[in-house]
Write a protein that binds this ligand. Sequence first.
Ligand SMILES: Nc1ncnc2c1ncn2[C@@H]1O[C@H](COP(=O)(O)OP(=O)(O)O)[C@@H](O)[C@H]1O
Ligand SMILES: [Mg+2]
Length: 263
Amino acid sequence: MSTSAAERAPGVAPGDGFAARARGLTKAYGTGETTVLALDSVDVDIARGRFTAVMGPSGSGKSTLMHCLAGLDTVSAGQVWLGDTEITGLKDQELTRLRRDRIGFMFQSFNLIPTLNARENITLPIDIAGRRPDGEWLDRVIDTLGLRDRLRHRPAQLSGGQQQRVACARALASRPELIFADEPTGNLDSRAGLEVLGFLRESVDRLGQTVVMVTHDPGAAAHSDLVLFLADGRIVDEMRQPTAESVLERMKRFDMSRAAGKD
Ligand SMILES: Nc1ncnc2c1ncn2[C@@H]1O[C@H](COP(=O)(O)OP(=O)(O)O)[C@@H](O)[C@H]1O
Ligand SMILES: [Mg+2]
């Protein structure tokens, strides 16, 4: 629902200010009568060097939006750019390389490899890409996340919070332009959740990273600079400088308007 989006001509390449953009992003699952419209012509601008939260009821299209913006899923219609590269229409191989070089992911389930230790999990994407890790950067990530004395542990020997911190370090290890986090604190206790949120916030403020995070939690959203609210596959509202209270208020109003059938 970005006002500037409507003023720009469609198909115009994005400028430096955006880490990702979409125009008319539409995603349908299935065919015929069973079609589900997960995203319904979404226009969105993800500002570079900012922390954006995505909220909305279950099934509103949050994960689909992230996957389409990250090039993890194909779109049914519309255009998506990462930086100034349009990714819709890229060949699989080009897309894979671009994802690998420019994007980091964090999921609710940490997706760590059980047979690898923490350090090996963290550097896995870099190793697969056949690159050398930037040692100084990696040290900074590991120390900031408090993982120094856990590097030789396997996932099963780590707490949930530690596992998520390893997943966070893995997402940051290649110093990606853009980090997508899908409910990264969903499986954590509140203290571990706060640590991860604090680190994401710091990676934006101190390391210039761009973060897009899906969350259900108003307290988690309050760590962001901007909250996008999704409902039924559309961005229906946005809120700058959110607080836990203001986000909660906004969510309550949605619930009331939905209950009244206005939504
Ligand atoms: N692979 C899939 N096949 C069919 N329907 C899907 C698939 N993934 C998501 N959906 C549907 O698309 C809608 C949006 O899903 P999703 O993006 O996962 O929502 P959220 O992350 O907000 O809970 C839901 O109705 C969901 O059931
Ligand atoms: Mg989801």
